[in-house]
Design a protein. Structure first.
Length: 721
């Protein structure tokens, strides 16, 4: 049971009402809130609007010898005690101290009747009191537990400190600490109040998220803080959500396995729990595999993979068709053979969850048909053949043995006519539907008749768009792979290494076409050159996200400063964002967006799946700094262009809200790329698909640069007169 104390403050207009104090014991905060409401209702005391009293305010509980009866509403308490500056800690009113000292022969009201010194509630959580040692000291006025006669040799019991200070006391020590010295006590108090120390503040907030943290013993708090120090070095910055995730995983893990959990997290493997095989060995799960980074791989999901591998048909093991997945789950539920035998054997294999999906499929599909009927032979086969050097990058031989069908390659082959359309039937529904639609649009007579107008390269990085004026025949009737901006993106489970730098700052020539006497229908589009002197007010942004809703989790952000009137490009920004981080801030992925990855290369995928991804909070803060440092005037004058009024700008602004970070520009400075593209079509110009795309499509930086080019071309055509 916990102790709760409440102040029910009388409103100033209620002349006859006095402040009330009430304390009682309850099992939880929610129960305490209900109890105080019932106590007030039973006493016919109304609170809130129109009543004489304000809503009850929870305060610290003070142990003194003149406490009122439990659950009684005391109207005299506030005559003797008042709240300190923090608004929750009670202290004796100075005049009351004098009166009490006289009545008790000089004894302070800070003592209980047993003459045992007890500090106020800001120093001790009452339910966790331990026997008072001889080194304990009385509480002096003002709430400090450092008496005037204390010196550097004085020790203070850690158990008497408030929870935040108890946590800090253990965090600062390399071994279990039961007492702190005066200097340590002062240091602990200073660290608790230091709001600029984000590491310690995040530590305290994360610890508060742990259920029952108030009931942890000193020894348990030391184990927790030691684990946090091992996983989160103070010299590095970590998101609060990640620290909370670890503390919850630590709390849910058996104490025998906590050492393994700490090692996994310290190595960068954020496992939710330590899983054990059927024989009690560590099942693994901390290594990166060829599965999606956000995919939670357990012994249950392993069973589904085993069942799918026992099926005779070939399919894309990283994008398993719905029908195959449904059949695999049915096999698991019914414990059909040979799945049953394979599952029993593999579930006994130590570290089985660390092996790639391709290795599991290759192992099962390369075995003799009847090997599962002989348990000893099956285990011998597994021990001899289940080997892998890189779990996240299976070898070509392993992929071939797994009989993997690359969905993207099949669709590309059908589109280019090198594969029959029947091959699409082996793919997941979304791949087959999109593949057939794109193939029909690509090979239709209309698409063959609509020839692309010429975009002449004039040299010096300049393109002539005169051929686009008045010619709209090239406008496609169906957006093909080159036409679709990636507004839906779900990572399939094909691994790739990052090849895109985290951030770049580059500029292009600031040569104005108008000053050079050239046609304004010519777009400057040369290789970028560094020029730190160019500053602009127009900023093109492009994001890649795992969905199309406003809460879609962002996986990469790109931004390019530019001048649409001259086509000059300024500073550039690119940053991959951790999907796990985006989702921890409330991002909601959309599974249907997997179809948009059909048209991506491995380089484009690597840009959002590499190890260089950082947390969402760090990413948006870096973007805000980038805008402030490179804008021509101030951040609030920057006009932000995005591809779609409901996508880039909206999702990006939502990410700032989710991370509680101020957005650097006002909402009325948003500009829509699609609107200006439609205006261009209305006057007979559509350079979006005619200007050569440089770089990897659906890499957010390459997309942003391409958008700068065709937006500038349309802008110049619309404003040339």
């Amino acid at each position: 049971m916990n102790n709760y104390a409440y102040l029910i403050k009388a409103k100033a207009k209620a002349a006859d009402a006095k402040n009330l104090f009430c304390w009682f014991q309850a099992k939880s905060d929610s129960r305490a809130e209900r109890d105080i409401a019932n106590i007030l209702e039973d006493a016919d005391i109304e609170t809130g609007r129109g009543a004489d009293y304000l809503q009850p305010v929870r305060t610290n509980w003070l142990i003194v010898d003149d406490l009122p009866e439990e659950r009684a509403l005391d109207a005299t308490w506030c005559d003797r005690y008042e709240l300190a500056e923090d608004g929750i800690t009670w202290k004796k009113i100075a005049s009351a101290v004098t009166e009490n000292n006289k009545e008790n022969g000089g004894k302070s009201a800070g003592y209980v009747t047993t003459d045992t010194p007890v500090p106020p509630a800001d120093v001790i959580p009452a339910p966790q009191l331990e026997p008072v040692t001889e080194t304990s000291h009385p509480i002096v006025e003002g709430g400090s537990d450092i008496a005037s006669d204390d010196d550097e040799n004085t020790e203070y019991p850690v158990v008497r400190l408030r929870l935040p200070q108890r946590i800090i006391a253990q965090y600062l020590s390399d071994k279990l600490r039961h007492h702190v010295t005066q200097s340590q006590r002062i240091e602990i108090g200073a660290m608790e109040m230091d709001c600029d120390n984000s590491h310690v503040q995040n530590l305290l907030l994360a610890a508060r998220s742990l259920p029952g943290v108030d009931n942890l013993t000193t020894n348990e708090l030391w184990k927790l803080t030691s684990a946090i120090k091992s996983v989160f070095p103070e010299e590095k910055r970590y998101e609060l959500a990640v620290m909370v995730q670890f503390i919850q995983a630590w709390s849910n893990t058996h104490h025998i396995d906590r050492g393994i959990l700490i090692r996994e997290w310290a190595a960068g493997k954020r496992v939710a729990a330590i899983q054990r095989t059927d024989t009690g060995a560590n099942a693994g799960g901390g290594n990166e595999t060829d599965r999606n980074g956000s995919y939670v791989h357990t012994l249950e999901t392993l069973d589904v993979e085993i069942a799918a591998a026992t099926l005779p048909m070939d399919f894309d093991i990283y994008n398993i068709p719905v029908s195959v997945h449904r059949r695999a789950k049915d096999i698991v539920a019914k414990k059909e053979s040979p799945f049953k035998e394979w599952s029993a054997a593999l579930r006994k294999t130590p570290g089985i969850l660390d092996f790639s999906r391709a290795a599991i499929f290759a192992l099962i599909r390369s075995a003799n048909e009847d090997v599962h009927n002989f348990p000893v032979s099956l285990q011998t086969y597994i021990n001899a053949n289940l080997t892998e050097n890189q779990h996240d990058k299976p070898t070509a031989e392993t992929i071939a043995a797994a009989r993997q069908i690359d969905s993207a390659a099949v669709v590309a082959g059908v589109i280019h006519g090198t594969e029959p359309a029947e091959c699409l039937d082996k793919l997941a529904t979304e791949f087959a539907v999109v593949g057939k639609a794109v193939a029909e649009a690509t090979h239709s007579p209309a698409s063959e008749m609509n020839e692309q107008p010429e975009v002449k390269r004039l040299g010096d990085g300049m393109y002539s768009i005169d051929g686009l004026i008045g010619n709209t025949a090239h406008t496609p009737t169906l957006e093909t792979a080159n036409n679709v901006q990636m507004e839906k993106a779900v990572s399939d489970e094909t691994p790739a290494a990052a090849e895109v730098p985290e951030s770049q700052t580059a500029d292009v020539s600031n040569k104005s076409r108008a000053s050079a006497g050239e046609s304004t229908d010519t777009l400057i589009n040369d290789t970028v050159h560094q020029n730190d002197e160019l500053l602009f007010t127009h900023l093109m942004v492009d994001i890649e996200a795992m969905g199309s809703n406003p809460n879609a989790p962002i996986v990469s952000i790109a931004a390019v400063f530019f001048d649409p009137a001259t086509s000059c490009i300024g500073a550039q920004f690119y940053q991959a964002v951790s999907l796990a981080s985006s989702m921890s801030f409330g991002g909601q992925a959309d599974a249907d967006t997997i179809i948009w990855w059909l048209k991506q290369s491995s380089e484009a995928r690597a840009a959002i799946t590499g190890d260089d991804a950082i947390g969402l909070l760090e990413a948006v803060e870096s973007l805000a700094d980038f805008i402030a440092e490179n804008s021509a005037n101030s951040s609030d004058t920057v006009q932000i262009w995005g591809n779609g009024a409901t996508y880039d700008n909206v999702i990006l602004r939502r990410a700032f809200v989710q991370t509680d970070t101020p957005f650097p520009t006002p909402f009325w400075n948003d500009r829509d790329v699609r609107t200006i593209v439609e205006l261009g079509r209305a006057v007979g110009i559509n350079p979006r698909y005619a200007i050569p795309f440089e770089g990897e499509q659906h890499n957010s930086l390459a997309d942003a640069l391409h958008q700068v080019k065709y937006v500038s071309a349309i802008w110049q055509h619309l404003t040339k007169n």
